[in-house]
Ligand binder design. Structure first.
Ligand code: GLN
Ligand code: ZN
Length: 768
């Protein structure tokens, strides 16, 4: 029989129960016992539901109180020294100290670094390894949770992050050694855990090695061989499913199939191209796990199409060697479509969230095992949904398609080259050297959030809400004028989120009410769903920018989110390539930018913080992605006059490897995050002559710290070592919405003072 399998279920709960419990615990309102109870209730609920849905291989240890990579850190005792851990079991407080840092009277310890998990919007805690790192079993969570399910009468397949991916995802200080050297010391902890699981009766274990879909060197490939040989030697009856996901294994497949494991999982949503090769190469009697249901997106699967794929595999290998499951864990999709209230029935009929995806898996497995007639009704309903989506005129809008088709090459280019534009902008805008500005948002205070919530609940009228926003804008403008900022912002008080705000106002995009996905820890996001051809019926931001500009003689910067970022932080339709959807968004943003210009806004920032994170996992795919994403930005930004100054902003990442692509975006001014990793960022400009203007952030907004004027001046001077004084802008490194006014008032004051100081030095010829 083919096995219905799941790789992981969302942890947070359909009503974000775990989020509430976690935040309660951190605030001191919820006890550790209560927190554990909420988590275990969720586990019970999830296991029972999967059992009822007909899943044969149900995952355990997929739940986590913060992050599964951090769980692995705890499992192997790789707790960094600064947490003063006593080598025993990693307790809750040590665990959360690693996740979030601790700051109280007698302790001030920073959190471990967090970064994006492959190309998802989920963040993991980055393991930190030191030379001669010692590993020891320090958490038996995986065994405990296996037994917890067993007590409920449910046999599960524990999931653990594989040793090679675990090491590769970590970092060593200053890259001082290669972390794969630690493998020999790490493996005993893994073999011990597998032994315990086997002893407790586990039949299968799922070991995730997502790094197998990335570019790997010879040494990494050898590490796989070494690891799985050791794990195999240590176990007798325990079967290992080696799970790969988020792409195709390509040249790494030989390595995977040569390992002594019992099954290999393939992502066939993103890596269907690897199936044929896998069917030919897979050694007998290894099983193949088919990742047919998309774990990264919200669309219903085309079940008859997926069934054909499964049937082909069954014909070649036999039912006994086939598992049917999602492409990856279902962590990346919302929990349950039934809980969503903001979507209309038709749109909802095209979607499947985690719970619905379990049913899809069951239908496919049943069709294979018992014949299609056994699930005839489900297949027919699915067919209808697929047809309805294919043909809907909510999705296919000829005017939008025609407009994208008729885009001409000139539309991707500003009228003049940067040098010419710069001359015109200098005359026109009359800014000093080292102009000061901020990135857009100002503190989203309790008041701002309260008023927005009240407005959304219809408790206050639109007039009341808007006049409140205008007050906020007025104060913000007064403040910025008061401290002598050169280019002002309106503050983005009207936005809850930089993507949702635009999604709400564009056609072809749906906003959800309860479709939360974990971003990190207790943080969840509600990505918009891009379901159809996109247009912008009306201006989205003009009213606010125009109002702000009416209050001051200084230029106010218009503020829009760029097409790549809107794409990247949404669930995107899967019936056309992403670049096509991106171009449609780009045209909508272009209209907005042009309208801002027509309303008298002379500086417009198009934020693209997500450009870097959209990079494909394989370097060979980078160029294509960078081509279309840079083009989308240019399409959005090139409809304006030479005198209009286009800014862009990027953050959260290293840009060194894509600096050339960023330069091709040809924004007049680029602001980037750099105050924390300032040296690294500035290093790029030694080798790469960035042609346009640039503001390397000189105030780290991620920390509550208020920088002293002299600190900021020093950073500016450092910047001037590699950038010219006609080129450099002075700004914080990101938006200020998460900070409060008490922090940003002195900080921005110091920033302006620092700019003044260095300007003076330059005038006196004292500059670097
Ligand atoms: N303009 C946005 C803001 O200031 C940019 C946010 C971001 O970079 N993520 O909030
Ligand atoms: Zn930013």
């Amino acid at each position: 029989m083919a096995i219905a399998s799941n790789l992981g279920y969302p942890r947070i709960g359909a009503n974000r129960e775990l989020k509430r419990a976690l935040e309660g615990y951190w605030r001191g309102n919820t006890s550790g016992a209560d927190l554990r109870k909420v988590a275990s209730d969720l586990r019970t609920q999830h296991w029972q539901m999967q059992q009822m849905a007909g899943i044969d291989h149900i995952p355990s240890n997929d739940q986590s109180l913060y992050d599964h990579v951090l769980d692995t850190v705890a499992m192997v005792g790789a707790v960094p020294d600064r947490y003063d851990w006593d080598d025993g079991t990693v307790d809750l407080d040590t665990y959360f100290a690693m996740a979030r840092g601790v700051q109280d009277e007698d302790k001030d310890v920073s959190a471990m670094e967090m970064t994006k998990w492959f190309d998802t919007n989920y963040h993991y805690i980055v393991p930190e390894f030191k030379r001669n790192q010692n590993f020891q079993l320090s958490s038996t969570k995986v065994v405990k949770e296996y037994l917890e399910a067993k007590d409920l009468g449910i046999e599960t397949r524990p999931v653990i992050l594989g040793p090679v991916s675990f090491l590769l995802l970590g970092k060593t200080q200053n890259k001082e050694f290669n972390q794969l050297e630690l493998l020999d010391d790490l493996l005993p902890v893994y073999t011990y855990i597998l032994n315990r699981l086997e002893e407790k009766g586990a039949e299968w274990v799922q070991i995730d090695e997502p790094c197998l879909v990335t570019d790997l060197n010879e040494e990494a490939l050898k590490s796989f061989h070494k690891s799985y040989t050791a794990l195999d030697a240590a176990t007798t009856d325990l079967n290992i499913l080696l799970a790969t996901y988020f792409g195709s294994m390509e040249e790494n497949m030989e390595t995977a199939f040569a390992l002594p494991v019992d099954a290999v999982h393939l992502d066939l949503t993103r890596g269907l191209n690897q199936l044929e090769k896998a069917l030919t190469r897979i050694p007998d009697p290894m099983s193949l796990s088919l990742g047919l249901i998309d774990g990264r997106n919200v669309w219903k699967a085309d079940l008859s199409e997926q069934l054909d794929i499964a049937k082909n595999a069954v014909e070649r290998l036999g039912k006994e060697r086939i598992m049917i499951g999602p492409s990856s864990s279902l962590l990346y999709v919302p929990v349950d479509l039934e809980q969503e209230t903001a979507l209309d029935e038709e749109l909802a009929s095209w979607l499947a969230f985690a719970k619905q995806k379990l049913q899809e898996i069951d239908v496919l497995a049943t069709a294979i095992n018992d014949g299609e007639q056994a699930v005839e009704e489900a297949l027919e309903t699915n067919r209808q949904a697929i047809i309805s989506r294919n043909q809907s005129d909510r999705i296919h809008r000829p005017t939008v398609k025609e407009r994208v088709e008729s885009v001409t090459p000139e539309m991707y280019q500003r009228n003049s080259e940067f040098a010419e534009r710069r001359k015109q902008q200098r005359e026109h805008l009359n800014l000093p050297d080292l102009p000061t500005t901020s990135i857009g948002s100002l503190p989203q205070t309790k008041d701002v959030r309260k008023m927005r919530a009240a407005f959304k609940r219809d408790e206050i009228s639109k007039e009341e809400y808007e006049s409140f926003l205008k007050e906020q804008i007025k104060e913000a403008i007064r403040f910025q004028e008061g401290i002598g900022m050169d280019v002002l912002v309106h503050g983005e008080f009207e936005r809850s989120d930089m993507v949702e705000f635009f999604g709400e106002q564009m056609e072809g995009v749906a906003i959800t009410s309860n479709s939360w996905v974990q971003s990190y820890g207790s943080r969840c996001v509600r990505p918009p769903i891009i379901y159809g051809d996109i247009s912008r019926p009306e201006p989205m931001t003009v009213k606010w920018s125009e109002y702000a500009q009416s209050l001051t003689e200084k230029p106010v910067k218009g503020m829009v989110t760029g097409p790549v970022t809107i794409l990247q932080w949404s669930f995107v339709r899967n019936d056309q390539p992403r670049w096509k959807t991106c171009n449609q968004i780009a045209l909508a943003i272009r209209d907005e930018v042009n309208d801002l210009e027509n309303a008298g806004i002379e500086i417009i920032q198009i934020d693209e913080p997500a450009l870097r994170e959209g990079l494909p996992l394989r370097q060979s795919d980078w160029e294509k992605y960078l081509d279309w994403s840079v083009d989308a930005f240019k399409l959005a930004s090139s409809g304006v006059k030479d005198t209009t100054q286009i800014h862009t902003h990027m953050c959260y990442s290293e840009f060194n490897d894509i600096m050339e692509a960023i330069a091709r975006m040809d924004a007049d001014v680029l602001s980037v995050e750099s105050s924390r990793s300032r040296m690294e960022l500035l290093d790029v400009f030694k080798d790469f002559d960035y042609p346009n203007e640039i503001g390397p952030g000189v105030y780290d907004i991620h920390s509550p710290r208020i920088p002293e004027t002299e600190e900021v001046s020093e950073l500016i001077r450092k910047g001037l070592n590699v950038l010219s004084k006609d080129q450099i802008w002075i700004n914080p490194d990101c938006g200020l919405k998460t900070r409060n006014w008490d922090e940003i008032k002195p900080s921005l004051e110091h920033l302006v003072e620092a700019a003044d100081t260095v300007r003076e030095e330059l005038q006196n010829g004292e500059g670097p």
